[in-house]
Design a protein around this ligand. Structure first.
Ligand code: SF4
Length: 487
C-alpha cells in the first residue's frame, strides 16, 4: 500500500475522513526551464487510492450535476478504485470526446460540487480523468467506432477546437462523412494554439486528431471560412454546416502606446512561445525578444498562461497587473497558485493607462493607476474605480495584453441571414444550436463567449443532436433574430 491506510478497504461512511492523495508535480526549479507538462498526476496505486475516497453518493450526485457534460463521475471513480482504468476512461469518453484534455485543463467544476470539498478535500477528479485516459490511450482503447454503412450525408465543420472536435466525432459516429476546416496550419484550434504545452502537451491533442482521421474525418487547414471559402459555398457542397470557430479576436484597452514594439497580444505571444516553429504560420515564426521585465495585463487563465510562458522565456521579473482583487479574479485558482509558485507577482487593484516608448518606438515603461472597488457591475463583480492622482511609472521591457476575447465577426459580416449580436457572437437557440440560417448550426465560444473546454463540448453535443434532427427532416427550432449591436 502507498500509505498506512488501505483506502480501498474502508467502509463508505469511513471514507469521509480519508485524507486526499496528493498528485505528483515537477519541482519549480526544474519545470521553469522548459515548456513540458508540469503536472505528473497519479500512478496506478495513487490513482486507486484517490478514487477509493469517493463515497458513491446517491443519485443525483453533485459532481455529475456540476459537470456541464454530465460525466458519470461516481461510476468512473468506482471503476478506477477497482483498478479498471480503461473502463473508467470509457465512462468519461461516453460523454466527452476529450477526457484526456479536460482532465488536464478543466478547472474541475465537478470537484467544486464534490461533497468532500466540505470535509478533507474534494476528489481530484480531473487528475484521475487524465490518468485513466492516458492508460486507455496507451492501450489503444480510445479509438472511435464508426458504422460500416454510411448515410451518404456530408457535414462541414468549421473550426477544430473543442466544439469542432465534438461535432466531428458525433457526426462521424452516426455514419456521415465529415470535413473539418481550420484556419491555423494544424488542426486543434485553441487546444494547440491557445493552451501552453506546460498545461497540455501538443501530443495529447495530436492523438485525438489522429483518432478522428482514423475514423474517416478529413481536415483542411490554412483555410479561413468567410475569406478563403464562404458558408454559401459550403452549403452547396455539404448537407449541413457547423460553426465552432471559438472566440479568438483579442480585445485591447484602447490606451496610448498599444502599438509600440514590445506590446503583444496574448495569442500571438503564446503561439510564438509555445508552438513548434513548423506548426506556426509564416507571420509568427519569430520568438519574442522579451527583455528582463514582463508585465501581463489581465486576470484570467490566459494572463496566467502568458506569465508562466514569460518565466520560461527567461524573464527575470514577471508581473500580472489586475484591476480588481483576488476575490473577483476569474480563472483557475490552482493554476494561479502554480504561477505564483513559479515566481510571478500579482499586482491587484492596478491598471495601465499608457505605454511609454523610446525614440525607436520600443516600449520602456508603463504608467499605472491604482484602483479601488466600487458598486457591482453587470457581471455582479464590484466595479474597479480609478484613484485620481495615484499614477506611477513601472519600467517594463514587454507587455502582454490578456484582457478579453471576442468571436471573429467575419462570418456574420460575410454571410446573409446569419444573425450575430453582442460584438459578433452568433445568435442561436441555446437548446438546439440552430442559427438563423437554415442548415447552419453553431456552439461553443462563438455563441456564448470565452468559456471552458467542457462548456463548449456540452453545447456542441446539443448542436450535433439538432443537426441530426435536421438531416432526418425533423423540426429544428430556429432562434428569432435580434437587432445587431454595433461595436
Ligand atoms: Fe464521489 Fe464527490 Fe461525486 Fe460524491 S460528490 S460521488 S464523493 S466525487
Amino acid at each position: 500500500m502507498s500509505s498506512e491506510t488501505d483506502f480501498r478497504q474502508v467502509s463508505r461512511s469511513g471514507r469521509v475522513n480519508l485524507e486526499p492523495v496528493p498528485y505528483l508535480k515537477r519541482d519549480v526549479a526544474e519545470r521553469i526551464c522548459d515548456f513540458e507538462e508540469v503536472i505528473l498526476g497519479y500512478d496506478k496505486e495513487l490513482a486507486e487510492d484517490e478514487a477509493s475516497r469517493c463515497m458513491q453518493c446517491p443519485d443525483p450526485q453533485p459532481c455529475t450535476l456540476s459537470c456541464p457534460a454530465g460525466n458519470d463521475i461516481p461510476e468512473a471513480l468506482w471503476q478506477a478504485s477497482q483498478g479498471n482504468f480503461i473502463e473508467a476512461a470509457l465512462v468519461f469518453a461516453a460523454t466527452s470526446p476529450l477526457p484526456e484534455v479536460c482532465g488536464r485543463v478543466c478547472p474541475n467544476l465537478c470537484q467544486q460540487g464534490c461533497v468532500l470539498g466540505q470535509r478533507n478535500g474534494a476528489i481530484s477528479v480531473g487528475k484521475l480523468e487524465a490518468f485513466v485516459s492516458d492508460v486507455a490511450r496507451e492501450a489503444g482503447a480510445l479509438a472511435i467506432t464508426v458504422p460500416e454503412e454510411k448515410t451518404g450525408k456530408h457535414i462541414a465543420v468549421v473550426g477544430s477546437g473543442p466544439a469542432g472536435i465534438t461535432v466531428a466525432e458525433d457526426m462521424i459516429k452516426l455514419g456521415h462523412q465529415v470535413t473539418v476546416y481550420e484556419s491555423w496550419p494544424e488542426p486543434g484550434g485553441v487546444l494547440i494554439y491557445g493552451i501552453p504545452n506546460f498545461k497540455l502537451e501538443k501530443e495529447v491533442v495530436g492523438y485525438k486528431i489522429q483518432d478522428l482521421r482514423d475514423a474517416g474525418v478529413t481536415f483542411i487547414t490554412n483555410t479561413r471560412v468567410g475569406e478563403d471559402v464562404m458558408i454559401e459555398d459550403l452549403q452547396h457542397e455539404y448537407d449541413a454546416v457547423f460553426l465552432g470557430t471559438g472566440a479568438g479576436i483579442e480585445a485591447t484597452m484602447g490606451i496610448p502606446g498599444e502599438k509600440l514594439d514590445g506590446v503583444w497580444k496574448s495569442t500571438d505571444y503564446l503561439v510564438r512561445a509555445n508552438v513548434k516553429e513548423d506548426m506556426r504560420p509564416e507571420d509568427k515564426k519569430l520568438v519574442p525578444d522579451i527583455g528582463r521585465r514582463v508585465a501581463v495585463i489581465g486576470g484570467g487563465d490566459t494572463a496566467v498562461d502568458c506569465a508562466r510562458s514569460s518565466i520560461r522565456l527567461g524573464a527575470e521579473e514577471v508581473t500580472i497587473v489586475y484591476r480588481r482583487t483576488e476575490a473577483e479574479m476569474p480563472g483557475n485558482q490552482s493554476e494561479r497558485m502554480i504561477c505564483v509558485e513559479e515566481g510571478t507577482q500579482i499586482n491587484y487593484l492596478q491598471a495601465p493607462v499608457e505605454y511609454i516608448g523610446d525614440e525607436n518606438g520600443r516600449l520602456t515603461a508603463m504608467k499605472v493607476i491604482k484602483m479601488e472597488l466600487g458598486e457591482p457591475d453587470a457581471s455582479g463583480r464590484r466595479r474597479p474605480v480609478k484613484i485620481e492622482g495615484s499614477e506611477f511609472i513601472q519600467e517594463v521591457d514587454t507587455v502582454v495584453l490578456a484582457v478579453g476575447y471576442w468571436p471573429d465577426p467575419l462570418l456574420g459580416d460575410k454571410t446573409d441571414n446569419l444573425a450575430t449580436h453582442n460584438w459578433g457572437l452568433i445568435l442561436t437557440d441555446e437548446m438546439v444550436g440552430a442559427t438563423t440560417r437554415e442548415g447552419v448550426f453553431a456552439a461553443g465560444d462563438n455563441v456564448h463567449g470565452p468559456d471552458l473546454v467542457i462548456t463548449a463540448i456540452a453545447s456542441s453535443h446539443q448542436a450535433a443532436n439538432s443537426m441530426q434532427a435536421y438531416l432526418e427532416g425533423q423540426p429544428v427550432v430556429l432562434p428569432k433574430p435580434k437587432p445587431r449591436r454595433k461595436k
